[in-house]
Design a protein around this ligand. Structure first.
Ligand SMILES: [Fe+2]
Length: 200
């Protein structure tokens, strides 16, 4: 299939703490990943599999970067799609899971912020099919670090491009703005869906 970057221009001027300049630059980077994903998939379809090699080979190099472009595309969608100027509340089920997994809501936010301080990449809030609880994990680059059996319900972009235009090195202020922009109704829908997927 051909991957197409979605249009998130409806967010411009709507998110407190996210300038149009920063969001527009971010949308451009996101679209670049979708373009590269198409390019990688097209080249993989034609690459000679008999020349695959751990040290170097066209198929092997493309295969090694495939998940970068894939997650570079779809993690950004998880990020932008769960942002909104509307102040929405998490569902009762999600709030209960947060309490059971982290102790309380504030501890979940504290955990995500501490995890954000630990990586230049992504912070993911996941539903684990292993212990049926919520967890935070770090994803380096776009593709390294996600444990098995996780359903992503929130993806927080902590790459410098996500905040430096507006905040410089003030990552903590970016995180404050981010949590004010999260659309918890979307996260609740993802959680509801994630719970239906169990280990088989
Ligand atoms: Fe990003």
């Amino acid at each position: 299939m051909k991957h197409e970057a979605k249009n998130f221009n409806h967010l411009l001027g709507k998110l407190a703490g996210f300038s149009e300049k920063m969001l527009t630059a971010h949308f451009t980077l996101y679209a670049g990943y979708a373009k590269k994903l198409n390019e990688i998939e097209e080249k993989l379809a034609k690459a000679d599999k008999t020349l695959a090699n751990y040290s170097f080979g066209e198929f092997s190099e493309l295969k090694r970067r495939e998940a970068v472009a894939f997650n570079g595309t779809y993690l950004h969608e998880l990020y932008f799609e769960a942002m909104n100027s509307k102040k929405t509340e998490a569902s009762g089920a999600l709030k209960k899971a947060i309490d059971e997994s982290f102790g309380n809501w504030d501890e979940m936010v504290k955990d995500m912020k501490a995890t954000a301080s630990s990586t230049p990449g992504w912070v993911l809030l996941t539903y684990s099919k292993v212990d049926k609880k919520l967890h935070t994990y770090i994803m380096f680059e776009h593709h390294i670090g996600l444990p098995a059996h996780q359903e992503i319900i929130l993806a927080l972009d902590c790459w410098e491009h996500a905040f430096m235009i507006d905040y410089g090195i003030g990552k903590a202020d970016y995180l404050t703005a981010y949590f004010a922009a999260v659309d918890w109704s979307i996260v609740s829908k993802r959680f509801e869906h994630a719970m239906k997927n169990q280990m088989v």
